[in-house]
Design a protein around this ligand. Sequence first.
Ligand SMILES: NC(=O)c1ccc[n+]([C@@H]2O[C@H](COP(=O)([O-])OP(=O)(O)OC[C@H]3O[C@@H](n4cnc5c(N)ncnc54)[C@H](O)[C@@H]3O)[C@@H](O)[C@H]2O)c1
Ligand SMILES: N[C@H](CO)Cc1c[nH]c[nH+]1
Ligand SMILES: [Zn+2]
Length: 434
Amino acid sequence: MTVSITRLNASQSDFDSSLAKLLAWDDSVDHQVNESVRHILHEVKTRGDAAVLEFTEKFDRLTIASVAELEMSHDRLQKALKNIPGDQRVALEQAAERIRSYHEHQSQTSWQYQEEDGTVLGQKVTPLDRAGLYVPGGKAAYPSSVLMNAIPAKVAGVSEVVMVVPTPDGVVNDMVLAAAAIAGVDRVFTVGGAQAVAALAYGTETIPSVDKIVGPGNIFVATAKREVFGTVGIDMIAGPSEILVICDGETDPDWIAMDLFSQAEHDEQAQSILISPDASFLDAVEASINKLLPTMERAEIIEASISSRAALIQVADLSEAAAVSNRIAPEHLELSVEDPEALMAEIRHAGAIFMGRYTAEALGDYCAGPNHVLPTSGTARFSSPLGVYDFQKRSSIIGFSASGADRMGRVASVLARGEGLTAHARSAEYRVKK
Ligand SMILES: NC(=O)c1ccc[n+]([C@@H]2O[C@H](COP(=O)([O-])OP(=O)(O)OC[C@H]3O[C@@H](n4cnc5c(N)ncnc54)[C@H](O)[C@@H]3O)[C@@H](O)[C@H]2O)c1
Ligand SMILES: N[C@H](CO)Cc1c[nH]c[nH+]1
Ligand SMILES: [Zn+2]
């Protein structure tokens, strides 16, 4: 099979519009999905467990009598940890250790300072009481996502971590449960899709409501998270996976083709882009793609993703490559060049940056240490990877001494009267020295 891949050149007159068309992915335009998700949310909110059971039967083909049967006990998690092959257990534990130590660097601490008159100002950092983790499980099982979601929550000090994961046809993945055991997840329910998001947001008779829902998922999950935002916090709306590789033309084209496949194999909607100043290198990678595709287990998904959403983009030089990449603001950016440090200086927007020819993005997905839940669809322009800070919140601390209240009470009084808010003014004035 020969896969057709979009070719663009940054010098072509319609480059801007062609790039915009390539990048277009809006998770809110499908009215049918919106309708269906709103219906699921409403049903779970009003009918609780009964609705969760119905939707689990309908979408995951799982018939059970009660939601309690969907809860995986601690014993079951420990059993899974014992059941998985030794090399999988060791790899999960090694990954968990590296993810934990990276995220410990993100810990925030409370602080305060005192002014000369004794007034104290500060910020108190508090972990969330209860966090909900969505772990995807429709087309593939993601033990790595269990670690990436749960470990920062635990490092942040969240008291109770509740995980949901679909088990289509009732097939439970032991590696997912083992990862939950290693990460110290408190409760696990095998429920997925919009019904799982609804249960976490509103609570049911069996599934507790949480303060914030984090984690990636398909369009039903993303749409449900968008809808429940406000009732609970959410981390981000994560779209399909993306990779953008900037290459100077000196890396083995097979390596680059496989790096592009690594994200394409997640989803037909995933996006893989290669940018290079070397036209013959783009040809070589295209040849590698066609050579390697038939050898891939997930060839159908990769083919669909590459033919509909991938692109090979020729640019004048690496500076132009960085400029195009900044416009795309990719989830993952590989700098497969001789001097990645120099090129990184020109990068402003990317979820994660992979430095140099030996840094395959796949290492970041599993065990480098940084989080693999990253902003997609250009949202790296304004948002950051999932981290410890997503599981903590801040309260301001304000403590006036008598002389501080006298000094600032006068300022507040003037401002309050300027706003016509007399109760504010008089409240401040009571504490002003007469
Ligand atoms: N950003 C990340 O860190 C990251 C990590 C892993 C996976 N992902 C992405 O997450 C996504 C996972 O998607 P998935 O489908 O494999 O798993 P998923 O768990 O997100 O979705 C499966 C659920 O969708 C629901 N569903 C399916 N069809 C439905 C329908 N017609 N109506 C209503 N609900 C329906 C079902 O309840 C099912 O349980 C992929 O796009 C993948 O690329 C992202
Ligand atoms: N690449 C995904 C995030 O976009 C994360 C992942 C999990 N497993 C493999 N990859
Ligand atoms: Zn991946």
